[in-house]
Design a protein around this ligand. Structure first.
Ligand SMILES: *Cc1c(COP(=O)(O)O)cnc(C)c1O
Length: 379
């Protein structure tokens, strides 16, 4: 089955009792047993819920995975991955990862004895240099947030295989429509479902997909034991959202392209970060591992003034100033003070998150209105 058909149908059957075409919201915490221990597969809803299972199967199908697990947020999904590790283990992660992941790794898991290295992953030799007998996991984001840099997932997968590491790819920015990391050799693919998969800025959720039965078993055990599972209503909203994922992504991509090109022509704009430019770093790798380049764009202003960036972000009218991304509505954000505020200035500037950097999540509105809005805001 092709992507659009899977998005609409995978994991979903008409309800056996009524024929309802949409998966019902099984708003229940427990299930009646015939006699102790004799039940129809469902005992307690932390472990299993039919609405959630339909969604897990659906997301797994989109990632060409055998297994999918949903969590209460993207961070809860990341948390479950790190809980695969033990004190003394080491993780090598992309330098400019999502600020919340950095915060959790450093503030929550380092005190438990897990060590994290944050490095530029463009050269395989830099990754290999850090691998020792304690290294257990590679953590990759591509495109990265907010610099849109591209990491070669195939190269990382080869290192992971050679050194026996678990390769986790946070695929939130690309969505399964643009990139399928498991096909490129990743062991686990992670989503903040909150973003493109949900797509309507009305749900917080996370997901993990894998083809590895043993990893899936461990992750499902962690999910049930620690309990960060999403509710049935949210699962229903995401099932509904995903039905238009392919349509939305096409528009995110075409609007994104036009806006990236427009920004390059604006004389007040300094640099524009979007992996679709032929002269952007690692464009060839982006072309190889992604089907298109998405609707996430970052740019800086000439003079690099934080004040000018703040003013610009408050002047936009169609682009709302807000955290998050991937919804139908366009958003603008200032990473240094918002999503990346928890990363020390020195650390964030190393990866390019400078004072005037602004990040756009280009929505699916009419392009003319989006460009007119940016024109008036940038001046
Ligand atoms: C938002 C985001 C997360 C965290 O997801 P939540 O659903 O907000 O918990 C993780 N990684 C990336 C790349 C994100 O954009």
């Amino acid at each position: 089955m092709k992507f659009g058909t899977k998005a609409i149908h995978a994991g979903q059957e008409p309800d056996p009792t009524t024929g309802a075409i949409m998966t019902p919201i099984y708003q229940t915490s427990t299930y009646v047993q015939e006699s102790p221990g004799k039940y129809k597969g469902y005992a307690y809803a932390r472990g299993k819920n039919p609405t959630r299972i339909a969604l897990e199967k659906n997301i797994a199908a989109l990632e060409n995975a055998n297994h999918g697990l949903c969590f209460g947020s993207g961070m809860a999904a990341s948390d479950a991955c790190i809980k695969l590790l033990r004190p003394g283990d080491e993780v090598i992660a992309t330098q400019d990862i999502y600020g919340g992941s950095y915060r959790m790794f450093v503030n929550i898991f380092e005190p438990y004895g897990i060590k994290f290295h944050f490095i530029d992953m463009h050269n395989a030799s830099d990754i290999k240099k850090l691998v020792n007998e304690k290294t257990k996991m590679l953590w990759v984001e591509s495109p990265t947030n907010p610099m849109m840099s591209i990491i070669d997932i195939t190269v990382c997968a080869a290192i992971a295989k050679e050194k026996n590491l678990i390769l986790v790819v946070d695929n939130t920015f690309a969505s399964p429509y643009l990139q399928n990391p498991l096909d490129l050799g990743a062991n686990i693919v992670l989503h903040s479902v909150t973003k493109y998969l949900g797509g309507h800025s009305d749900v917080v959720m996370g997901a993990l997909c894998t083809n590895d039965d043993k990893l899936n078993e461990q992750l499902a055990f962690i999910a049930n034991s620690c309990g960060a599972v999403p509710g049935p209503m949210d699962s229903f909203l995401v099932l509904r959202g995903i039905k238009t994922l392919h349509l939305r992504m096409d528009r995110h991509c075409s609007n994104g392209r036009a806006i990236a090109e427009y920004l390059r022509t604006n004389t007040k704009v300094d640099k524009v970060y979007w992996p679709g430019f032929a002269d952007s770093p690692n464009h060839a790798i982006a072309k190889k591992q992604m089907r298109d380049f998405g609707g996430m764009i970052s740019f800086t202003l000439k003079g690099n003034s934080m004040d000018e960036a703040f003013k610009l972000a408050s002047r936009t009218k169609v682009f709302s100033l807000a955290e998050s991304l991937g919804g139908v509505e366009s958003l603008i954000g200032h990473p240094a003070s918002m999503t990346h505020a928890s990363i020390p200035k020195e650390e964030r500037e190393k990866s390019g998150v400078v004072d005037s950097l602004l990040r756009l999540s280009v929505g699916v509105e009419d392009l003319e209105d989006l460009i007119a809005d940016l024109k008036q805001a940038i001046g």
